[in-house]
Design a protein around this ligand. Sequence first.
Ligand SMILES: Nc1ncnc2c1ncn2[C@@H]1O[C@H](COP(=O)(O)OP(=O)(O)O)[C@@H](O)[C@H]1O
Ligand SMILES: *[C@@H]1O[C@H](CO)[C@@H](O)[C@H](O)[C@H]1NC(C)=O
Ligand SMILES: *[C@@H]1O[C@H](CO)[C@@H](O)[C@H](O)[C@H]1NC(C)=O
Ligand SMILES: *[C@@H]1O[C@H](CO)[C@@H](O)[C@H](O)[C@H]1NC(C)=O
Ligand SMILES: *[C@@H]1O[C@H](CO)[C@@H](O)[C@H](O)[C@H]1NC(C)=O
Ligand SMILES: *[C@@H]1O[C@H](CO)[C@@H](O)[C@H](O)[C@H]1NC(C)=O
Ligand SMILES: *[C@@H]1O[C@H](CO)[C@@H](O)[C@H](O)[C@H]1NC(C)=O
Length: 669
Amino acid sequence: MLFAIALAVSLLANTAPTHETGDFTYNGFRSANLSLDGLAVLTANGLLKLTNVTKQKVSHAFYPDPIRFKNSSDGAVHSFSTTFVFAIVPEFPALGAPGFTFVIAPHREFPGARPGNFFGLFNETNDGNATNHIFAVEVDTLQNAELYDINDNHLGIDVNGLVSVNSSPAGYTENDIQGFRNLSLISGKAMQVWVDYDGTQKQIRVTLAPVNVGKPNTPLLSPSFDLSPIFKETMYVGFSSATGTIISSHYILGWSFKVNGQARRLDLSQLPRLPRVKKKQKSILLTTGLPFLCLFFLSILVFAMAYAIRKQRKFAEVLEDWERDYSAHRFKYKDLYVATKGFRDQELLGAGGFGRVYRGVLPTSRTEIAVKRVSHESRQGMRQFIAEITSIGRLRHRNIVTLLGYCRRKGELLLVYDYMPNGSLDKYLYNQPKLTLNWSQRFRVIKGVAHGLSYLHEGWEQVVIHRDIKASNILLDSELNGRIGDFGLARLYDHGTDPQTTHLVGTLGYLAPEHARTAKATTSTDVFAFGAFSLEVACGRRPIETREEEEVVLVDWVFSCWDKGDILEARDPNLGTDFVAKEVELVLQLGLLCSQSQPTARPHMRQVVQYLEGDLVLEELSSLGISRSGFPFAFHEGFSRSGTAYPSSADNAFSQTSSVANGVLSGGR
Ligand SMILES: Nc1ncnc2c1ncn2[C@@H]1O[C@H](COP(=O)(O)OP(=O)(O)O)[C@@H](O)[C@H]1O
Ligand SMILES: *[C@@H]1O[C@H](CO)[C@@H](O)[C@H](O)[C@H]1NC(C)=O
Ligand SMILES: *[C@@H]1O[C@H](CO)[C@@H](O)[C@H](O)[C@H]1NC(C)=O
Ligand SMILES: *[C@@H]1O[C@H](CO)[C@@H](O)[C@H](O)[C@H]1NC(C)=O
Ligand SMILES: *[C@@H]1O[C@H](CO)[C@@H](O)[C@H](O)[C@H]1NC(C)=O
Ligand SMILES: *[C@@H]1O[C@H](CO)[C@@H](O)[C@H](O)[C@H]1NC(C)=O
Ligand SMILES: *[C@@H]1O[C@H](CO)[C@@H](O)[C@H](O)[C@H]1NC(C)=O
């Protein structure tokens, strides 16, 4: 029985190529026999996919057999009915591409037909020509002004050409509910279309609704139109589509057709599924997400660049070619900045004549440092200055604060020293200090400074004159050893060259009279300053002090005590009774010896060390021919306060800074 039917069908198919009944239904197109061309394909799960992403191409999908629509060539067109479910998935959510048509045409091939708005049915020459015999319902998602399209989301009835006979924006009127509802054709959602032709009334009705809603009673389009002149006896039915520059994917999910009767309902549950929405999400991601992402990264990039530029400016340094030789002594400003936590006030150790000194910890080696920021504008003499300080940087002595290196910025020089945890000596001496040093500690410091200075004068490859020995430039390390600091100031003299300088460096009270007069620093002027320093330490007083409105010159006073035969009276009362009289006496006498006006009368630092270490015995001062007239301050000989530019270091650091800095930085030996 089954076999007989199959045989009959196949016989029918073979013997009668024309589908006389014109009745078929596709609930999905799996294993359907359609005539496809162009981009049209049937997908594995049974979708009729009219277009893919290839641009400017046409596609056709036709029921393979011609269908009889008329009894005779001049007869009337039979009624027919069709319904199909479609979905348009746009490449870009907001942009429509050429749509597709349901078409009834005398043939399945359209040679010379153009893609894009021509839907693969017409071209410029034959568009609108009555010889076409083409009837189509367009599902149009592009507005083409030349074709009088009403918008970019409409359905239209086309006869022989692209200018619609009748068209309407996509939408529907739901049964039993008032009002028209718009539908977006490119929403990617499945929708159903019904096309009915009433052969007696000569009326076409086109109805649209979302899938699952059911056929609305009110059609979208219902023009009276006689298709008889258009149709030939037999026609092919199918779909055509085309791609332009913007592409949508057009899917037909199911289709049924019938001549002389109602097309069968589609079984919606059997329709194939549309491709995963993932694709749509991806495209959303690509179209809206990507620009956002780009913007995001761009702004990050801009911020990063701005940050980098700011950072570069912030950490900008001055580095000249000649400095390559000193690169080992060069510090990165950034490292110093990090080390001192941005030179914040909590890290400030003190402010001296040259600038502020900050404590820091080097990020890599974790070593503690002291960074002195010296402001300077002049570039002159910088090279010589750097040469000198780096040379001093190679100098290592347990009584000298090691200069680790330097860094240069615009208008600023940074000197990096070993950190001295106990700070400078002066704060242990004057004005009822919180902490004071006992005699053995003081004696050790004095001996240390003598050793250090002696090393600078004679122990090293070059003669180094410190020029500014004073209590505030002596720093105490963790073991309370005295160390000579502030080498930014010192100048170098090669052995044998005539020491001469045009600028005065030093601090009042420590300044030898001939130094003040001639502005020439020598080892003897350092010895003079050392004398003032050792008296200062032993007596706990500044070299020149104002007491009860009277200026007290320390040397003068110590001399008077000695003269009276009680030099020990000059000692610091803070020492109490805990001191070695012989040592205090030695230091005071040595201090006087070094403080003599006559440079040649002063001992060398080497001798000072020997006296202090007890290797040489200091003779009675009187036997050395010391007298009051031998001291500079007693009669203010060769020394006039108004004549010098140097007030006491403590009260006018600023003027000292500029003049001393000039002296150092402008070179001139
Ligand atoms: N290497 C160092 N370690 C610890 N503290 C230091 C160091 N160098 C300087 N200081 C501190 O910074 C202060 C100012 O130093 P400085 O500029 O040398 O003073 P001045 O110019 O008055 O001699 C000092 O009094 C001392 O407390
Ligand atoms: C498909 O239809 C065409 C045209 O009617 C016919 O020649 C062909 O044999 C059919 N193919 C199948 C597999 O049915
Ligand atoms: C589009 O379809 C045509 C015809 O099936 C095919 O040749 C082409 O490779 C397809 N292009 C893409 C990008 O899938
Ligand atoms: C075709 O025409 C004949 C008369 O010419 C008529 O009997 C027949 O019913 C028509 N067929 C249809 C399907 O209308
Ligand atoms: C237009 O289409 C017709 C029929 O399909 C074809 O004969 C003609 O050559 C085409 N013209 C152009 C310019 O492509
Ligand atoms: C319509 O097409 C036919 C045949 O292709 C042609 O002879 C005729 O001139 C065309 N008419 C118009 C108005 O273009
Ligand atoms: C439907 O769309 C048209 C324009 O296409 C608009 O004027 C109308 O307000 C819309 N109606 C609704 C209910 O959104």
